[in-house]
Design a protein around this ligand. Structure first.
Ligand code: NAP
Length: 298
């Protein structure tokens, strides 16, 4: 029999992910703090629960896709949290990006109630979520990874079991280091070309086909040139992730100069009210330093 799935958190990522589960024929119950987003999926065939607890009571597997560590703890352990509606052998999968330390403590707390957990954060952005092409990095026990696999396959393309509880979040944070620094590379490259009055679309095309290419060059650069800074992945969330990286790095006294630089530059965007723009807006900080605008002139 198909396992029934509850999805908590229907933001930019959670909504299309839940939609892909529905499309795959999975029986889905949803809960969202702002109820209107849940009702939208209700019209598409999901059941809408009144609380995370009620959602857990009618699910075999519970997926969380909320913002940060305290938010996951709140929807699991707070008043009317999912753990209050849980049964032995239920599986909780957290797909949000949160602290690896908090992830391990959530695993212990759930295990004390006989509830299994996986951390399964994702990469690939809103477009990856919509097209079910996410990369999913999974931490936890192999038997639970196997149990979650049909769901991961309905939402993603590359699913890798990277280690025990917390390892998924460590790999996701490593991914965020690469995302931020690649983004910085794209920003500097485009501003440099703009400062020399070179056509930016041609610049982008040729770099994207060569050794300077990256996911950011292929996906973000066209949007930057078009002046489309909507999220996608918000600056505020990118900063949340870079803070998680720097905190985890600090615990081990790691030098992470690239991450720290990107974090400082993003601070200036947040100061200027850009926290809800897409993370590709990093170029605005470089433009300000260079005194050059890198939009494609039509
Ligand atoms: P989002 O659009 O801001 O959605 C956040 C969701 O979490 C909303 O459903 C929000 O409810 C809910 N939420 C937040 N705090 C809550 C709380 N205390 N109690 C209950 N619900 C709460 O963010 P998103 O882009 O979907 O990101 C979700 C997670 O995926 C984050 O951890 C993010 O870092 C990660 N992620 C995002 C991307 C991306 O490209 N966007 C890519 C990979 C990973 P409301 O609707 O009521 O606000």
């Amino acid at each position: 029999m198909r396992e029934r799935v509850g999805v908590i958190g229907l933001g930019i990522m959670g909504k299309p992910m839940a939609r892909n589960l529905l499309k795959a024929g999975v029986p889905v119950t949803v809960w969202n703090r702002t109820r209107a987003k849940a009702e939208e999926l209700g019209k598409e065939g999901a059941a809408v629960a009144a609380t995370p607890k009620a959602l857990a009571e009618r699910s075999d597997i519970v997926i969380t896709m909320v913002t940060n560590s305290p938010d996951v703890e709140h929807v699991l352990f707070g008043a009317d949290g999912a753990l209050h509606g849980a049964r032995t052998d239920q599986l909780f999968i957290d797909m949000s990006t949160i602290s690896p330390v908090v992830t391990r403590s959530i695993a212990e707390r759930c295990a004390a109630h006989g509830v299994h957990t996986l951390d399964a954060p994702v990469s690939g952005g809103e477009i990856g979520a919509i097209e079910a092409r996410l990369s999913i990095m999974v931490g936890g026990d192999a038997a639970e990874v196997e149990r979650g696999m049909p769901l991961f396959q309905a939402m993603g393309k590359t699913i890798v079991h990277v280690g025990p509880h917390g390892a998924g979040q460590v790999v996701k944070l490593a991914n965020q280091i690469a995302v931020a620094i690649n983004n910085l590379g794209v920003s500097e490259a485009l501003v440099f070309a703009a400062a020399h009055s070179i056509d930016l679309e041609r610049t982008r095309q040729v770099i994207a086909a060569g050794a300077g290419s990256s996911w950011a060059m292929q996906n973000y650069a066209p949007k930057i040139l078009a002046g489309d800074f909507g999220p996608g992945f918000m600056v505020d969330l990118q900063q949340k992730d870079l803070r998680l990286v720097l905190e985890a790095g600090f615990e081990r006294h790691l030098g992470l100069p690239g991450t720290a630089l990107a974090h400082e530059l993003y601070n200036t965007l947040q100061r200027d009210g850009g926290g809800r723009e897409g993370n590709l807006a990093l170029i605005k900080a470089i433009e300000q330093l260079a005194g050059v605008d890198a939009r494609q002139k039509s």
